[in-house]
Design a protein around this ligand. Structure first.
Ligand code: OSB
Ligand code: MG
Length: 375
C-alpha cells in the first residue's frame, strides 16, 4: 500500500556539455523538475519531469508542469491510498485532461517508491527481462560538416549501436549523405525531424528513402496521423512516431491508419509507466518494434528509461546515452556509463531505480522548491 505523507518539488538547472540543436531550436542548459515522494512508512521515491523550458516539443513546459503538479495532481495522490503504483495513472487521467509530462513525473515517482518498498528493482517491478540494454545516440544539428564528422567518429568509438541525426529543412539530404558515407553500414542510421516538414516535402523523403535508414522519426506535424499515413505509403523506410504518440489509443490509430511502423515510447511523454506498458503490449501483439526515446534527462529520468527499456518488446537501441554525453557531473551515483561498448547495465540487483541521488549536489542546483503535505 502506498500512502504519501509528502511530495517535494524542486527545479534544478544543469548546463549541457554541448548545445543541443533540433529543428525546434538550440538548448544550452536544462531546467529540470525533480519529484521526491515520501511514504508514511518513510520510503522515498524519485522522479523527473521531462517537460522542456519552452513549448516547442509538445504543448507542455516545466512551468505548466509545475502548476499542474502543485495545484491539481499532487492533491489527488496525497489524499489517496493506492494498492500499487499501477493504479495511479487512471486516477490522474480521470481527473485532469492532458498534462501528460506532469502526470508522468508523479506516476513514475510512485513506481520507483513502490519498487523500493518491495525491495525489488524498478525494472523487475515493470516486468523487465534484460540485464543490459542496447543504446544509441541522438546527435543534434551541427554547425558544419567537420563538427558532424567529429561527433559521428566519437559515437562510433564509444560503441553506440545506432546513430540518429536531427534534421531540419536545409540541413537534411547533405547531412544524411555525409553520415551514410562515414558510417559505411557499421551501425544503423536514423533521422529525427521533430515535426519540421509538411507533406509537400514528399520528394525530399523519397530521396532520403534511398539511404537505407533504420527509420525517419516524426517527419510531420505532431497531431497529424493522416499525412504520416500518406507519407508512409510512399516510402520503404519505416516512419517512427514520437510526438504524435500521446498514449495507447494513438498507437492503435497509427496501426489502423498505417501512419508508421516503429514506435518511440518515452514514458515521460505519455503520462508514465502504465500507459507505456499498455503501448508496449499493443506493439508486441502487432510485432511493431519499440524503442525508448530520451529528453536529455538527468540520471534520475535516465534510470527510469533504463528500467522501461529492459522490457522484452524494446528491440531497438534507445536514446539512452551515458551521463557524460550530457553532463559534466550527473546528480546520481554511480552515473550512467556503458559497462561494455554500446550497452548500459540494468541495475536489477538494487531496490528501486538502482542509483542514488546526490542530495548535496541537487541542493546546490536547486532554484525553487515546494513541499506539499498530506492534510
Ligand atoms: O525528439 O527525441 C527527440 C531531445 C529533446 C527533445 C526531443 C528529442 C530529444 C532527443 C535527445 O532526440 C534524446 C536524448 O539523448 O535524450
Ligand atoms: Mg524524437
Amino acid at each position: 500500500m502506498i500512502t504519501l505523507e509528502r511530495l517535494h518539488l524542486r527545479e534544478i538547472r544543469m548546463p549541457l556539455r554541448t548545445p543541443f540543436e533540433t529543428s525546434a531550436g538550440v538548448q544550452h542548459h536544462r531546467r529540470i523538475l525533480l519529484m521526491e515522494a515520501i511514504d508514511r512508512d518513510g520510503t522515498v521515491g524519485w522522479g523527473e519531469c521531462v517537460a522542456p523550458e519552452y513549448p516547442n516539443y509538445t504543448e507542455e513546459t516545466i512551468d505548466t508542469a509545475w502548476i499542474a503538479l502543485e495545484q491539481w495532481l499532487s492533491p489527488l495522490v496525497l489524499r489517496t491510498s493506492f494498492a500499487s503504483a499501477a493504479e495511479v495513472f487512471d486516477v490522474l487521467e480521470k481527473a485532469v485532461r492532458g498534462h501528460r509530462m506532469a502526470k508522468a513525473a508523479l506516476e513514475m515517482t510512485l513506481w520507483e517508491l513502490e519498487a523500493r518498498k518491495q525491495g525489488c528493482s524498478l525494472a523487475t517491478l515493470l516486468g523487465g527481462t534484460r540485464q543490459e540494454i542496447a543504446v544509441g545516440i541522438s546527435l543534434g544539428i551541427q554547425p558544419d560538416a567537420g563538427r558532424l564528422r567529429e561527433r559521428i567518429e566519437e559515437a562510433l568509438e564509444r560503441g553506440y549501436q545506432r546513430i540518429k541525426l536531427k534534421i531540419k529543412p536545409g540541413k537534411d539530404l547533405e547531412v544524411v549523405a555525409q553520415a551514410h558515407e562515414l558510417i559505411a553500414g557499421r551501425v544503423p542510421l536514423s533521422v529525427d525531424a521533430n515535426n519540421a516538414y509538411t507533406i509537400e516535402a514528399l520528394p525530399l523523403f523519397q530521396k532520403l528513402d534511398t539511404y537505407n535508414l533504420l527509420m525517419i522519426e516524426q517527419p510531420l506535424e505532431w497531431q497529424d496521423l493522416v499525412r504520416h499515413a500518406y507519407l508512409q505509403k510512399h516510402l520503404q523506410t519505416p516512419v517512427c512516431l514520437d510526438e504524435s504518440l500521446t498514449g495507447p489509443a494513438r498507437v492503435e490509430d497509427m496501426l489502423q491508419l498505417g501512419s508508421g511502423r516503429i514506435v518511440n515510447i518515452k514514458p515521460g511523454r505519455v503520462g508514465g509507466f502504465t500507459p507505456s506498458l499498455r503501448m508496449h503490449a499493443i506493439c508486441q501483439a502487432h510485432h511493431i518494434p519499440v524503442w525508448c526515446g530520451g529528453m536529455l534527462e538527468s540520471g534520475i529520468g535516465r534510470a527510469h528509461n533504463v528500467a522501461l527499456a529492459s522490457l522484452p518488446g524494446f528491440s531497438l537501441p534507445g536514446d539512452i546515452s551515458e551521463s557524460a554525453r550530457y553532463w559534466q557531473e550527473d546528480i546520481v551515483s554511480p552515473s550512467w556509463r556503458m559497462h561494455r561498448p554500446g550497452y548500459l547495465r540494468v541495475p536489477v540487483e538494487h531496490p528501486g531505480m538502482g542509483v542514488e541521488v546526490d542530495r548535496e549536489r541537487v541542493q546546490k542546483l536547486t532554484v525553487r522548491e515546494r513541499i506539499l503535505e498530506a492534510k
